[in-house]
Structure formats: structure tokens, C-alpha cells
Design a protein around this ligand. Structure first.
Ligand code: PMT
Length: 404
């Protein structure tokens, strides 16, 4: 059986469709097999016969056309190692962002679960419209790789942004996605995410503003790179990524138990959860009433320090108690002296890497789809500028690979 990778190239209806012909060749020169799916509008710009001749495969055009495979979009979506859409029109980008599936290309995208690369091409006014920008941001936040269009002469005669990116860059993005997919294969990655809740009584608890978005993005990224993933999550309102083991916990102590269990055969441990540092000493199993003798218990809640879960797994590793000597990463949620505090945590907890973020800002950190981080290692530090948490996760794993 051939281990040649298969790329599905989606071509949509824009003047840049002719450049997709050259992209087929470039992908083939990179050792990839290419199949093509076109929208009806794309066929107005380039004939399917061109793609059929170059790719050596029938071009997929119609939802109901393949008699051998009656549910064509499902069989088509199961085949490729990477799906690239170039050029992608504003219309198709909007449909993909919203889950609209009304032709073969868009139904195939919806059913497809692998790496997706989108290379937009359109008029500048359409590209810069808030709707298109929001759709692109949404897709990027979900882990889709966007190959930004270039500035230059556009089909309408204007000069501006919107011209399809150089096809060499699109090809590079596909190759990068394909290699990225494999680099954690055979590895067990454990991620903690979200807040902990430390109960006071039957209705109240101490917690924080963590939404779980950062940890879930990291888990999704590890999964997409081929890892077996265990996500230990505090209470969040997020949909669990598919194909990973989810361990739901509530308190720091429960998170610690789950973490130590998963850590025994982990290759990488990423502690992105916002663990409460303290918990109430006394927990009432009924609701404390403010208009009763309970008021004193409510006014004076005695706290005890929670175990430091990150420091604990690092200590277990140092003691040789973890089978695979994992790489261990912590996060640092800071409001000031971000780098200095990250370095302190790196040393005090004996982690390999600390990812520091400024949680005093509204546009990144807690709750946001975006983050901006400083990655501190024992050799120095590096800033990753503001980007969707999914992209930040890619950057973190790209650097982490060197520590394996
Ligand atoms: O969830 P989001 O809304 O997406 O927000 C993301 C985030 C801001 C929560 C995330 O990026 C982040 O910074 N997570 C770490 C939050 C935190 O607890 O930081 P810290 O500086 O207090 O702790 C440092 C490290 O020690 C962290 O890896 C933490 O998981 C760990 N820790 C802390 C306390 C404790 N008792 N046990 C721990 O293991």
C-alpha cells in the first residue's frame, strides 16, 4: 500500500482559479497525490478537464454524481490527509465558518476532520469587510490555517489586498500541516484546563475567570498532531474536542488526583488550568443562611492552601516515579512583571517551560479567544504576539518538540 499523502484541493469560483492549476503541479512536485473538488462557479473559470488531466483523477463536482459511492461527500471527506481550498471566495469562507453545506465542496468540508488550509482571494472591499474578517478569525480560532492574500493588482482593476497568495506559500502551508500532523504520533499528552471550584457550602464556591479555552485549544492541537490526549478539565461550557479522553473534575484536589494518575505514562504534561491556590477548611453540605447563626461562617471563611499540582508532577518526575520522564509545561497568569514572575515559577516549580500571559488585559488571557504569551525556558524567553489561542497552541507545541 502506498504511503503517499493525499491532498484534496477545493477550487471555488474566483478569477484566481487558474492559479490552482499550477498549485496541483507544485503539490505533486512535493511528492503529494492530488484530487480536486470544484464548485459549480469554479467551472466557469477553469474546466474540470484541466484538473482531471493534471491530477490523473476524476474531478468531484456533484453531490449525487458518483454511482460507486452514493454518499460522495462522506467518502471524499474520509480520504485526504489535508484539505486545501484555493482560491477560497468570501462566499465559501462564510459558508464554512457557519457550517452551511449546500454543495459537494461545502458538505465535504463539514464532514472532514483533518487539517484544513484556506487561501482566500477576492476584491479588497470584500476581504476587509467585517463579515469576512470575522469569518476568517472564527476559522483560524478553530485551527484552520489561513494563507493570507497578498497586495497587488486585482481582477477588478484595483490595486490592494485580496490577491491569492503565492502558490509556493500555499504549497508550503500544506506541507507544514502534513508534517505537523505527525510529530506527536505515539505520544501521550496530558493537558489541564479551566478553573477549579472550591466549595464553601451546598451552593457557593471559590473560583476564577478561566473559560478553559486555552487548555482546550492545546488539547485540540495535540490531538491534531497525532497524540493520544487526556484532558483534565474543570467546569467549563465548552464542547469537548473529539477523540480525546476527558476527565471532568471540580476541585484542585480532584484535579491533582486525576493529573497524577494520567502523568504516570505521559510524554508531555501541560498545566494550563487556573487552579485555586486556596480552599475553605470547612465545607457545609447545606446552604449557609445569611440571616442566621451561619453569618459568622460566611463572614470569616478560613482557607487552607491547595497542593501545587504542577510542582507535584515535577517532583514525581525528579523522583523517577513517572515512567516516560515527561516534558512538563506550566502557565503563569500574571498582572505585572510578567517575565520576571514567569522565570520565578520556572525555577520554583522545576518545569521545563513556562508560558506567561497577562491576565489584566481584556483582549487576551481569561475568557478571550486570543492570547499573547512569553515562553520562558531555562535558556531564555520568546514573545508570541497576539493571536487566536489555537495558533498560540501551535506555536507552543512547535517549540516543545525540541524538548522531547
Ligand atoms: O481558560 P482561559 O479563559 O482560556 O484562560 C487561560 C488562562 C489565563 C487560564 C491560562 O492561559 C493560564 O494562564 N493558566 C494558568 C493559570 C494559573 O493558575 O496561573 P498561576 O500563575 O497561578 O499558576 C502557575 C502554574 O501553576 C500554572 O500552570 C497552574 O496550572 C499551576 N498551579 C497553580 C496553583 C496550584 N495550586 N497548582 C498548580 O498546579
Amino acid at each position: 500500500m502506498s504511503d503517499q499523502k493525499l491532498v484534496l484541493l477545493g477550487v471555488t469560483g474566483g478569477i484566481a482559479a487558474y492559479k490552482a492549476v499550477e498549485l496541483v503541479r507544485l503539490l505533486q512536485y512535493s511528492g503529494l497525490e492530488v484530487k480536486v473538488v470544484m464548485t459549480e462557479h469554479a467551472t466557469e473559470f477553469v474546466g474540470p478537464a484541466t484538473f482531471r488531466a493534471l491530477s490523473g483523477h476524476e474531478v468531484a463536482l456533484d453531490l449525487f454524481e458518483d454511482p460507486g459511492k452514493p454518499i460522495h461527500h462522506i467518502s471524499l471527506s474520509a480520504e485526504p490527509d489535508c484539505f486545501v481550498i484555493a482560491p477560497a471566495t468570501a462566499n465559501v469562507i462564510a459558508k464554512i465558518a457557519q457550517g452551511v453545506a449546500d454543495d459537494l465542496l461545502t458538505t465535504t468540508v463539514l464532514a472532514y476532520k483533518g487539517p484544513l488550509v484556506i487561501a482566500p482571494a477576492m476584491n479588497e472591499a470584500m476581504l476587509t469587510d467585517v463579515a469576512t474578517q470575522e469569518n476568517l478569525a472564527l476559522l483560524q480560532a478553530r485551527g484552520v490555517r489561513i494563507v493570507d492574500p497578498e497586495n497587488g493588482y486585482l481582477a477588478c482593476g484595483d490595486v490592494g489586498a485580496g490577491r491569492l497568495a503565492d502558490i509556493a506559500l500555499i504549497c508550503e502551508a500544506v506541507v507544514a500541516e502534513l508534517s505537523r500532523c505527525k510529530d506527536l504520533e505515539g505520544k501521550h499528552v496530558v493537558v489541564t484546563a479551566g478553573p477549579t471550584q472550591e466549595p464553601i457550602d451546598a451552593v457557593r464556591f471559590i473560583s476564577n475567570h478561566s473559560s478553559g479555552k486555552m487548555g482546550y485549544a492545546l488539547a485540540r492541537e495535540a490531538k491534531s498532531r497525532g497524540a493520544e490526549v487526556t484532558l483534565i478539565t474543570g467546569p467549563v461550557g465548552l464542547r469537548a474536542p473529539e477523540g480525546i479522553t476527558i476527565v471532568d473534575v471540580s476541585t484542585a484536589v480532584d484535579m491533582g488526583v486525576a493529573l497524577e494518575q494520567a502523568a504516570t505514562d505521559a510524554d508531555i504534561i501541560v498545566c494550563a488550568a487556573a487552579v485555586s491556590d486556596f480552599r475553605p477548611v470547612e465545607v457545609s453540605d447545606r446552604k449557609l443562611k445569611k440571616d442566621s447563626a451561619d453569618v459568622q461562617a460566611l463572614e470569616t471563611i478560613h482557607l487552607v492552601e491547595n497542593p501545587d499540582l504542577l510542582a507535584r508532577v515535577c517532583a514525581l518526575r525528579a523522583a523517577g516515579s513517572l515512567k516516560r520522564d515527561p516534558v512538563i509545561i506550566g502557565f503563569a497568569a500574571e498582572t505585572d512583571a510578567v517575565v520576571a514572575n514567569a522565570r520565578k515559577k520556572l525555577a520554583s516549580k522545576s518545569a521545563d517551560l513556562i508560558v506567561a500571559n497577562d491576565i489584566s488585559r481584556d483582549d487576551i488571557g481569561f475568557g478571550s479567544d486570543y492570547n499573547e504569551v512569553v515562553i520562558a525556558t531555562h535558556d531564555g524567553e520568546e514573545t508570541i504576539g497576539a493571536a487566536p489561542k489555537q495558533i498560540i497552541s501551535q506555536e507552543i507545541f512547535d517549540r516543545l518538540i525540541d524538548h522531547l
